[in-house]
Design a protein around this ligand. Structure first.
Ligand code: UFG
Length: 339
């Protein structure tokens, strides 16, 4: 079966391509390489023994998308990762985010609905919940107007898909609301490749441990949590990748009760920033250079998922521990710096 993966050279996309190929799916990647590299194809090939078909173009170009769908009429499903993802950049350049994340989604759906019974998986985010009043966060937790254009593109994206599914019997869709993906493939052939100074916690930790950054700034120890640092739900990227395949197969095998569904994808466990640091120190058996600084603007206190809906309806559960995810992230960081 032919599955299109937009943004398939990116962090979560590349891990999903691997899992698809390991199950025998024929994958076509579309990526504009704006935040990724064709080197990733080598990693995917090393793990799976198969080089996926790759087309380099920008999804803002409607003519290119139309041409793509004219050439590929036998697509069973599309997993849509291609999007911009930096929260602060989205505040600086909102139109870039609305164009990259919303316009491209509309273009892709327009072409996809011309096919029969196409399955569509959308990369959404737990950012749609903001600071939830009750924890853990279920899919029924109220959506709060997002503070960043990035978050808004995920909320708007979900609405666009929901409305399209209401009138289009041609598309069956699932939005996956990711919590915090971390780690790398255990083979260290693929992983996260942040451009410049990392914004996210785990790549900043691994780069600090390797001496590429002087010290990690822990943003705030005055949150109302056990140790004062913020709590998130960290999920191994391979577990997250597998959730995409299970969601896709749920649609391909007509197991879905409605033609649009939403699932939280997280580990179900809340972990503080200091707990992540301590776990990492235990794994590497050496201290990490860090200092406590002021809170980062826009950060929430606590977010972790109730994943029962995905566990029961999809039969998906996160399998890897925080230790494994950090070990894999560390192995990957060491490998890319040696290369
Ligand atoms: N943190 C630090 N120091 C750092 C980086 C992060 O202390 O150098 C802290 C943050 O303050 C936060 C936690 O580590 O408490 C996790 O931060 P990340 O930046 O790794 O992740 P966020 O939860 O802020 O954001 C992530 C994704 C967003 C997505 C969001 C959804 O990066 O794209 O989850 O909640 F929108």
């Amino acid at each position: 079966m032919k599955i299109v993966v937009t943004g398939g050279l990116g962090y979560i996309g590349s891990h999903t391509v691997v899992e698809l190929q390991l199950l025998g799916y024929e994958v076509i990647i579309i990526d504009n390489c704006s935040n990724s590299s064709t080197e990733v194809l080598k990693g995917i090939t090393a793990i799976t023994g198969v080089t996926p078909h790759f087309e380099e173009f920008d999804l803002r170009d409607l003519a290119k998308i139309q041409d793509f769908f004219k050439r590929h009429t036998d697509i069973a499903g599309l997993i849509h990762f291609a999007a911009s993802k930096a929260v602060s950049e989205s505040v600086e350049d909102p139109l870039l985010y609305y164009e990259n994340n919303v316009t491209t989604l509309i273009y892709v759906l327009k072409e996809l609905q011309k096919l029969k019974n196409a399955a569509f998986i959308f990369s959404s985010s737990c950012t749609v919940y903001g600071q939830a009043e009750n924890l853990p966060i279920t899919e029924n937790t109220p959506i709060k107007s997002s503070k960043s254009p990035y978050g808004k593109t995920k909320q708007i994206g979900e609405e666009i898909i929901k409305d399209t599914c209401k009138i289009s019997n041609a598309i069956n869709a699932i939005s996956l609301r990711y919590f915090n993906p971390i780690g790398a493939h255990p083979s260290a052939e693929i992983g996260e490749l942040p451009l410049g100074v990392p914004v996210n916690l785990v790549p900043f930790i691994t780069q600090t441990a390797l001496g590429l950054r002087e010290e990690l700034a822990v943003f705030g120890d005055d949150y109302p949590t056990k140790d004062g640092t913020a709590i998130r739900d960290y999920i191994h990227v391979v577990d997250l990748a597998k959730a995409h395949i299970i969601a896709l197969e749920h649609l391909l095998n007509n197991k879905n009760k409605s033609n649009y569904e939403v699932f939280n994808i997280g580990s179900g466990t809340g972990t503080s920033v200091l707990q992540v640091i301590k776990t990492f120190e235990k794994i590497t058996n050496r201290p990490l250079n860090y200092k406590i600084v002021a809170r980062r603007k826009g950060d929430i206190t606590t977010a972790y998922a109730d994943t029962s809906k995905a566990n029961i309806t999809l039969g998906w559960t996160a399998e890897s521990s925080l230790e494994e995810a950090l070990e894999n992230a560390w192995k990957w960081e060491q490998k890319i710096r040696k290369a």
